[in-house]
Ligand binder design. Structure first.
Ligand code: URA
Length: 208
């Protein structure tokens, strides 16, 4: 279902307002706080995670739990902090027990993520984990093959990386994540212009 108010939104505040006290999918039933996103609305670099976990659901902010500590460390490693980027998730409410979000939940929330990207206009969208990478780049997708690479997207580059929570579980994944962030730093420094977004449909002039 398209939402004309969402399509008309020109600021993140307006997108948040349209989202409101969202009950569009079943995730609202068990959520604590809705986690809209955090950071610089003009960021060149935007992160997209999977969905809020326990700490995020309690605080209403993305990546503030253990995985968030890893993200902060990775950012510090390339001389950045979270005030210089924007962080959002594929779904804005916590899936119970941290299960993967379901297709209906992803599809329902997707227009809001798309609106955030449209307004922020990042040069690079860094997908944190396979769910975010699949949603943004399409399935099937092999993280072992694509992580740390730069892939053309509509108006930005995608750079999928392993999820920080996976890095916490497996030291070798942590090392790969560190290398992927080094790539991210190079992509940012190169300053190459991302692919142009698709042209909007020409206005119907109503002449015929
Ligand atoms: N994991 C995610 O994917 N997103 C968060 O916001 C926190 C943990």
């Amino acid at each position: 279902m398209t939402e004309p108010m969402l399509e008309a939104a020109q600021t993140l505040e307006e997108v948040r307002e349209v989202l409101g006290d969202c009950k569009r999918c079943p995730l609202h039933v068990a959520r604590g706080k809705l986690v809209f996103g955090y950071g610089d609305p003009d960021a060149d670099l935007m992160f997209v995670g999977e969905g809020p976990g326990r700490a995020e659901d309690a605080q209403g902010l993305p990546f503030v739990g253990p995985a968030g500590k890893v993200l902060d460390e990775m950012l510090a490693g390339i001389g950045m902090d979270r005030s210089q980027v924007y962080i959002a998730n594929v779904v804005k409410c916590r899936p119970p027990g941290n299960r993967d979000p379901l297709p209906l939940e992803i599809e329902t929330c997707n227009p809001f993520l798309a609106a955030q990207i449209r307004i922020i206009k990042p040069r690079i969208v860094c997908e944190l984990g396979r769910i975010a990478a699949g949603v943004m780049m399409g399935w099937p997708l092999q993280m072992t093959k694509v992580h740390g690479t730069r892939v053309d997207g509509p108006g930005y580059f995608n750079v999928p990386v392993f999820h920080p929570a996976a890095a916490l579980r497996t030291p070798s994944t942590m090392e790969l994540l560190r290398q992927d962030f080094a790539n991210l730093e190079s992509y940012l420094a190169e300053g190459e212009e991302p692919p142009r977004p698709p042209e909007p449909e020409p206005e119907q002039l109503g002449l015929f």
